[in-house]
Design a protein around this ligand. Structure first.
Ligand code: NDP
Length: 391
């Protein structure tokens, strides 16, 4: 898909034109809705991501707010509830989670559990009549992802996957510039999503378990590269080849693969090289080589501090764009989807596409790098480059 300059202006992508001129772009602050109009979010699982990013972001969101906590640790839940002004009756355990059906304070359930629990809590939340925002990867198997999508359809509720980079200013700006055709055709995307891991760290222990994570580093970190190549290019791959390098004597890699490298072939002729690892790192970066320029996000998928730079074109240099809290933007987006104000950009189907690609990569790995056809005719309903605004 290619957007003309006129399209960009009509879409109100003022940030794009200002950034092209080399000036810093300020994100527009979004005014908060009155408390009574903000949709309540129940955060399920108070682990690292919830405590470090999601719950703090919910203090800044404009259209949604923290309404409940679901946890297996009552002491921790009471502490976090008190810190965030939540009443004691807004704390649920996993056992009494289904009572949320009778809690009108909750409109959206945000599932921030280990991957193997995403399906169960998505189904229970949908059964309780709530909309679901689910962390990536959406599940540990393709079949579970399909079940989640079918359940949301049957319940007539929204199911969104928390692909925060699709709501992040620098990634959005890169997508828009690529779609504009300004740099010619995108030909090659390179993504490297790697970090070290520690079996003694509880939040890594389940990630290093194949059943609980659905694929180790590939499912945890590699997914940013899989998703990133797709949204940066704005098209879907049709063939993959992949290779693995794992030291099976390393106690971390008894069940999960470690380093995986893959290549996607896209219908336009573009290629993507991806790599991921849980033993070397750490970076989350991407490069897009176009006919006339190279766009680089290094880092390109961090929570903050991403660095977006253009090489070899009249626009050469760093692109300065004000940061916004990706988690807040993503949760506000979900709130606006529920209100019917904006389109669903990262639905269950978007998560399923990555689940299928992860499975195909693992299949190719198993077959020593044999090419695997991966054309399921998936097309995204809404291009983030067009749909997502920053405020
Ligand atoms: P953690 O292990 O830190 O937290 C998971 C929490 O889930 C635990 O603290 C616990 O909370 C709860 N839990 C319930 N049952 C279990 C169980 N059997 N084993 C372990 N924990 C359990 O993980 P993260 O917060 O790092 O990741 C959670 C999810 O968020 C994952 O799907 C991950 O992929 C995703 N993620 C996404 C990121 C992004 O940038 N979008 C970044 C990091 C993670 P409690 O004690 O309250 O019950």
């Amino acid at each position: 898909m290619s957007l003309s300059r006129r399209d960009l202006i009509e879409l109100g992508l003022a940030g794009t034109s200002a950034a092209l001129a080399g000036t810093a772009v300020k994100a527009q602050p979004r005014s908060k809705l009155p408390d009574s109009e903000r949709i309540g979010v129940a955060v399920v699982g108070i682990g690292k991501l919830s405590q470090g990013q999601i719950i703090p972001a919910l203090r800044t969101t404009a259209g949604v707010k923290l309404a409940a906590l679901v946890s297996g640790h009552p002491d921790k839940a009471r502490r976090v509830a008190a810190e965030n002004g939540l009443a004691a009756d807004a704390i649920y355990s996993y056992e009494d989670f289904d009572r949320i059906a009778h809690d009108p304070r909750i409109g959206i359930v945000y599932i921030v559990l280990p991957n193997f629990l995403h399906k169960e809590y998505t189904l229970r939340a949908l059964k309780a009549g709530k909309h679901v925002l689910c962390e990536k990867p959406m599940a540990t198997t393709v079949a579970d992802a399909e079940t989640m999508i079918a359940a949301a359809k049957a319940a007539k509720r929204h199911l969104m996957i928390a692909y925060r980079c699709q709501y992040e200013p620098k990634n959005l700006e890169a997508m828009r510039r690529i779609r504009s055709g300004r740099y010619g055709k995108p030909r090659l995307v390179v993504t490297d999503m790697l970090r070290d891991s520690d079996l003694n760290e509880p939040s890594d222990a389940w990630r290093l378990d194949m059943v609980k994570s659905g694929g180790g580093a590939l499912a945890d970190m590699g997914i940013y590269g899989i998703n990133g190549a797709r949204y940066l290019l704005g098209e879907e791959p049709v063939e993959v080849r992949a290779w693995e390098r794992t030291d099976r004597t390393d106690p971390r890699f008894k069940t999960v693969p470690d380093m995986i490298a893959w290549q996607f072939r896209f219908p336009s002729g573009a290629m993507a090289n991806g790599s991921t690892s849980f033993s070397v790192g750490g970076t989350m970066r991407w490069d897009v080589f176009c006919d006339k320029a190279r766009l680089r996000g290094d880092p390109g998928a961090y929570y903050n501090g991403n660095h977006f730079e253009i090489f070899s074109s009249p626009d050469a240099g760093e692109v300065h764009i004000a940061e916004v809290d990706q988690f807040a933007r993503e949760m506000d987006w979900m709130g606006d989807v529920v209100r019917g104000r904006v389109p669903m950009v990262s639905p269950g189907e978007e998560g399923l596409q990555d689940m299928r690609l992860i499975a195909a990569i693992l299949r190719s790995v198993k077959d020593g790098g044999r090419p695997v056809a991966i054309d399921w005719h998936y097309t995204r309903a809404h291009d983030p480059a067009v749909a997502v605004t920053l405020a």
